[in-house]
Design a protein around this ligand. Structure first.
Ligand SMILES: NC(=O)c1ccc[n+]([C@@H]2O[C@H](COP(=O)([O-])OP(=O)(O)OC[C@H]3O[C@@H](n4cnc5c(N)ncnc54)[C@H](O)[C@@H]3O)[C@@H](O)[C@H]2O)c1
Length: 270
């Protein structure tokens, strides 16, 4: 490994189980010499193996519902106590749509569900940054990353209201990133990741078709969770200090494709 995060301190949201993108980011951050606090919704403490991850990476866990300002204030204060100073990197790896979970079609949304999913998946990113900004909890040249998906720009019918949530999330990265850069020299970006077999990913209807189509369209194939973690580490490192307000596609080239030979073959079969 490269010691890219030696001496850096972070907060990682969203490691549920070993398939989670955040889980891989935690493992890679640990390998690169970072110290961090792991956090997830209180309910997730009971479901996943986050305690195993904490033991493996020498980290403490602080439960926080990312929609609760009280929980986030507590999380950031305790993290600075535990880590002994300000924060260098934060990963927001959180997504959930109640409409998707309950099988509501996009054209027949339940708006209480819509509001809840929007709060969890998008506004929580604003809330996290609000707390970090107002507590002046980030070190200069720190880095904040959230994970997103290309349905923010293009139509993927079964992605449902998560498409709208991701568009909102990406906009928050730019809007808040301006103030964070101007006032604290902190960068804010989103990584737009390939479909990835995780709990959240597999919750999307037709995920198997979705992921194999993307695999066939992308010249480099789909990016894995571990590859996403590697890319995230580069954005937390000092090698990317002037990258900010960006939505960065990490998708094997999918986002710039029209059609590939592999997909054409499927449609020209006799
Ligand atoms: N899997 C994919 O295909 C894919 C593709 C592009 C982007 N993403 C994004 O990557 C991120 C991570 O998802 P993943 O695929 O690793 O799945 P995952 O299910 O492992 O992670 C989602 C996490 O969100 C957490 N969460 C839900 N509600 C929360 C709340 N109120 N407070 C705090 N945490 C909460 C869950 O506990 C879980 O740990 C999400 O933003 C997702 O939209 C995923």
């Amino acid at each position: 490994m490269y010691n890219l995060l030696k001496g850096k301190k972070g907060i990682i949201f969203g490691a549920l189980d070993e398939n989670s993108i955040a889980w891989k980011v935690a493992e890679r951050a640990h390998e690169e010499g970072a110290e961090f606090v792991l956090t997830n919704a209180p309910i997730a403490m009971r479901m996943g193996g986050i305690k195993d991850l904490a033991a493996k990476t020498g980290s403490e866990i602080i439960p926080a519902d990312a929609t609760s300002m009280d929980d986030l204030n507590n999380l950031v204060e305790k993290s600075m106590e535990i880590l002994g100073g300000k924060i260098d990197f934060v990963l927001h790896s959180i997504g959930m749509s109640v409409n998707v979970r309950k099988g509501k079609h996009y054209t027949d949304s339940n708006y209480d569900f819509t509001t809840k999913g929007w709060d969890v998946s998008a506004v929580s990113f604003h809330k996290v940054m609000n707390v970090l900004y107002n507590k002046q909890a980030m070190n200069e040249w720190g880095s904040i990353v959230a994970l997103t998906y290309m349905a923010a720009q293009r139509v993927f019918p079964d992605y449902n209201d998560m498409a709208d949530n991701k568009a909102y999330l990406e906009s928050i990265a730019r809007s808040f990133g301006y103030f964070f850069g101007r006032d604290h020299k902190v960068r804010v970006n989103t990584i737009s990741q390939s479909p990835t077999p995780t709990t959240a990913g597999q919750g999307v209807k037709g995920f198997d078709g979705f992921i194999s189509y993307a695999e066939k369209m992308s010249p480099l194939g789909n990016a894995t969770a571990l590859e996403c973690a590697d890319y995230t580490i580069s954005l937390f490192s000092d090698l990317t200090k002037k990258v900010t307000l960006q939505n960065l596609f990490h998708d094997g080239g999918f986002s710039n494709m029209g059609v590939s030979d592999a997909v054409m073959e499927r449609f020209t079969e006799e």
